[in-house]
Design a protein around this ligand. Structure first.
Ligand SMILES: Cc1cc2nc3c(=O)[nH]c(=O)nc-3n(C[C@H](O)[C@H](O)[C@H](O)COP(=O)(O)OP(=O)(O)OC[C@H]3O[C@@H](n4cnc5c(N)ncnc54)[C@H](O)[C@@H]3O)c2cc1C
Length: 799
């Protein structure tokens, strides 16, 4: 190996060479037109023809100037970003007050000649007579204007827009003005979407004393109170919204999500107990069982006559449910299953409703017939009798106090050879034949299990919706407080509300914008969920991603909102302490967020493989052309540098940037995984080595679907006065997300530093614009004062 040289050991690497641009005047005259031609990253045949044709007749050009222009005319070689950047800077500084590309070209050429003369004078050199006469006016000025003007006309670039587009000079904010105050009702109608009847029924329930949010009460009392509240909901028919009509329900899965979202404005213990009873326990019977189970149990579930629980997690296996170890051995002689907990590691753990109230459990266990293991299946097992006595062979232990949700009785369950009839198997996807044989329409055990889990997708969608409600509640309290709380002020003036401070605006308003955007995405997800034609795999990916993103947003918003309320935020009466404790576990149950994000990434990779695998030659060519198109159109030097506010807030630009990030991360993840597996690494290790990449990909996917759903939500608002307000809110979401990912965009060259700085600036500008409208934006959430705690959440302005 060669000894290290001074260069390689230097701690300071040499700076990259700066791009140099020719100062040849006749080339410079063409420069604005060349830049305009390359501004979309593509050189069309017509553009090439127009510029080449003009060169032929441009007798005023020098051979060197002509050669340099031709260097820019290779369609397969766009100017490198630094060269393009240097060119636009040269045009900006030399174009003066020119209004067209042709005039700008001549002005730039003149400026270059003047600069050369100036330098020569400085160094005592004598300029040639020809150059001296050019100092006032290049002699070929009129000829050049004729040639360049003709090219402008041919390319449709005549007029001031082309130059303004290229340089950003003279750009002014063109966004329409915000509507005057008074659009709350319109905005509110738009953000909530359908299911108004369900929502108002839940609001009615939340107004009842049994459902009020209790202060500090002993745990035992709290649990009984929570049970009573769930009974009230059942009596009002709110428990069975998703269940089939023939068994006492409304058959309305979207309505059930809306009900869950509304309930999340109240006591979260009630929400979670409600979710366990009707969503998990009832949902497992409805989705995994068959008619005999529905007929026998669903009406009792909906009325709470049969309280139940959903016993999947074990102490040893939480996220990895495929490897659960509770067993269900089929006894051919008696036609029964024998449910057994082999050891303490396989006891059921954290099970909601189990410690006190559940009489039946949906138990997930390995179905075995003799030595054959058919994988995890669901069974209905009685764990208590009607008087609350534990069933024979069942042992239950209380999980005790938790960080939050203490109105829910979570417990651990052991099964010691508990015998249940064959009908206990929830047999939609697998059954035991009368001959005692195992039978399933899905041959692969892994696929069968994931199909079973997929049917329980409602839980994730519901948690996403509930997280949204919590975020809105926290923001409502904090924005109202911040608008009313004065601190400091200009010398000689009064104190100003803390919402006037930029750092507070950034903390609250970027989250407010994100919660609006997330709300549109969750609404779109709920609509897809209720549509029987939706692709299930796509739905699973979306549900997993949005559950992870919405629960994370809720936790981060709670912290930001608590801090925005200062000491008041820490008082129990203002709810943040309790909300944080109760919401925290939303990031863990129904799938731990990091695990869900990997599920998203794997779903995207499978789809890519499927798409590529099924493509014929033409499909593949089109696919590659599309990707190349994205690269050329969006990585072109003008776009990477454009910094004007209208461009940054443009949904087309934002969507393109979000899609680019997702696509690039997807392709690079696929390449990295393939490279490892091609070298013989097994898929588990390969995925683990790329795990950070996969999680980043999943986040990029979620960001994209949130922005897409938000932008699409604007379409039906054409007639609304509030449309511009929501448009601005969505633009802030888009920009704040770009800002959060600035490092990535800079690393990949999608942004150049000025653009990255402009994004940051524009976030500030939008925060400032929206701050005076923040009260309206939270009022549109429509959360009743009684649910906001006392008293800061109710205050709307300074007394
Ligand atoms: C209040 C509460 C109520 C619950 N209610 C129920 C219920 O009613 N029924 C029920 O069945 N269960 C219930 N659960 C259990 C819950 O679903 C599990 O806690 C959850 O699935 C996580 O499992 P775990 O606790 O074993 O954590 P683990 O799976 O051990 O995870 C621990 C950490 O490791 C991370 N991790 C795990 N695998 C990976 C990986 N491959 N890559 C990267 N990171 C990874 C996780 O993200 C997490 O951060 C409840 C839990 C709580 C706390």
């Amino acid at each position: 190996m060669a000894p290290p040289t001074e260069l390689t050991t230097s701690p300071h690497p040499a700076p990259p060479p700066q791009p140099s641009l020719s100062s040849e005047p006749t080339f410079l005259a063409f420069l604005p037109i060349l830049c305009a031609v390359w501004s979309d990253g593509l050189m069309e045949d017509a553009e090439l023809g127009a510029v080449s044709g003009a060169l032929g007749g441009a007798g005023w050009m020098t051979p060197e100037g002509r050669r340099q222009v031709r260097d820019w005319l290779d369609p397969s070689s766009p100017p490198a970003p630094p060269v393009f950047a240097a060119a636009t800077t040269t045009i900006q500084s030399g174009a003066g007050s020119s209004l067209t590309l042709a005039r700008a070209g001549v002005a730039v050429a003149q400026a270059a000649v003047r600069r050369r003369l100036h330098l020569m004078t400085l160094y005592g050199e004598e300029p040639a007579a020809e150059l001296r006469s050019a100092a006032d006016m290049v002699p070929w000025r009129d000829d050049a204007l004729a040639t360049l003007g003709q090219v402008e006309l041919e390319l449709g670039l005549a007029g001031p827009e082309a130059l303004r587009e290229l340089t950003g000079m003279g750009d002014e904010r063109t966004a329409p003005p915000l509507p005057p105050p008074g659009v709350v009702d319109e905005v509110a109608a738009h953000i909530h979407g359908g299911h108004a009847d369900v929502r108002s029924r839940v609001r009615e329930a939340l107004a009842r004393p049994e459902l009020s949010i209790p202060g500090e009460i002993p745990r035992g009392e709290y649990r009984e109170r929570t049970l009573t509240a769930v009974k009230v909901l059942a009596d009002m028919g709110i428990g069975g919204i998703a269940l089939p009509r023939e068994w006492g329900g409304l058959g309305d899965p979207g309505g059930a999500v809306a009900a869950f979202e509304e309930l999340a404005l109240g006591d979260l213990s009630v929400l979670v107990k409600y979710g366990v009873q009707f969503g998990l326990f009832g949902g497992s019977i409805a989705q995994l069982g068959t008619e005999k189970h529905h007929e026998r149990y669903l009406a009792q579930v909906a009325s709470l006559a049969l309280p139940g629980c959903y016993a999947m997690t074990e102490t040893g296996h939480g996220s990895n449910v495929r490897d659960l170890r509770t067993t269900a051995d089929y006894d051919r002689a008696s036609g029964e299953f024998v449910i057994t907990t082999p050891d303490d590691d396989a006891r059921k753990d954290y099970i909601g409703n189990a410690a006190l109230h559940a009489r039946m459990a949906t138990v997930f266990a390995r179905l075995r017939i003799g030595p054959e293991d058919h994988g995890v299946h669901a069974f209905l097992v009685h764990i208590r009798d009607a008087r609350g006595r534990t069933a024979p062979g069942v042992r239950i232990e209380d999980c005790g106090a938790k960080a939050g949700l203490n109105g829910v009785d979570n417990g651990r369950i052991w099964f010691d050879g508990v015998r249940v009839g064959a009908e206990a198997l929830l047999d939609r996807f697998a059954r035991i034949t009368p001959e005692g044989e195992y039978e399933s329409p899905i041959p692969s055990a892994g696929r069968r299990f994931f199909t079973m889990l997929g049917t329980l997708i409602a839980g994730r969608i519901s948690i996403a919706a509930a997280s949204q409600a919590v975020t809105r509640k926290a923001l409502t309290i904090a924005v109202r407080y911040a608008a009313a709380r004065p601190q400091f002020g200009p010398a000689g003036g009064g104190e100003v509300p803390i919402l006037d401070y930029l750092s507070l605006q950034r903390n609250l308003l970027t989250r407010l914008a994100t919660s609006y955007a997330m709300g549109f995405a969750v609404r779109d997800l709920t609509r897809r969920f209720a549509d029987p034609d939706t692709d299930r795999m796509e739905l699973e990916v979306r549900a997993a991603g949005l559950k992870a993103a919405a629960s994370r947003l809720a936790m981060e918003s709670l912290q930001a909102c608590r801090e925005a309320c200062g000491g008041k935020g820490y008082l129990a009466e203002n709810q943040f302490a309790r909300l944080r404790a109760d919401t925290d576990v939303f990031t863990t149950f129904e799938g731990a967020n990091p695990v869900l994000l990997q599920l998203v990434a794997k779903g995207l990779l499978s789809r890519l493989r499927r798409d590529l695998g099924s493509m014929n030659m033409w499909g593949m060519a089109r696919y590659l052309a599309e990707l190349t198109g994205i690269r050329l159109a969006e990585m072109n030097p003008v776009v990477t540098r454009r910094t004007d506010p209208a461009h940054l807030a443009d949904p087309d630009f934002q969507l393109a940037a979000f899609r680019y990030r997702e696509q690039r991360l997807l392709r690079s993840a696929a390449r990295r995984l393939k490279a490892r597996m091609d070298q013989g690494m097994d898929s588990f290790d390969a995925i683990n080595e790329c795990q950070d990449h996969l999680i980043t990909l999943a986040r990029a996917h979620v960001d994209r679907i949130v922005l897409e759903a938000s932008v699409e939500s604007l379409d039906p608002m054409d007639e609304c006065h509030g449309k511009e307000l929501i448009t601005r809110v969505i633009a802030l979401y888009g920009l704040a997300t770009l800002e959060a990912n600035r490092a990535w965009y800079l690393e990949t060259g999608y942004f150049e530093p000025p653009k990255s700085e402009a994004v940051r600036r524009e976030v500030n500008v939008l925060c400032g614009e929206l701050a005076p409208r923040a009260l309206e934006l939270v009022d549109a959430f429509g959360i009743p004062d009684e649910l906001l705690g006392a008293p800061i959440g109710r205050q709307r302005q300074r007394d």
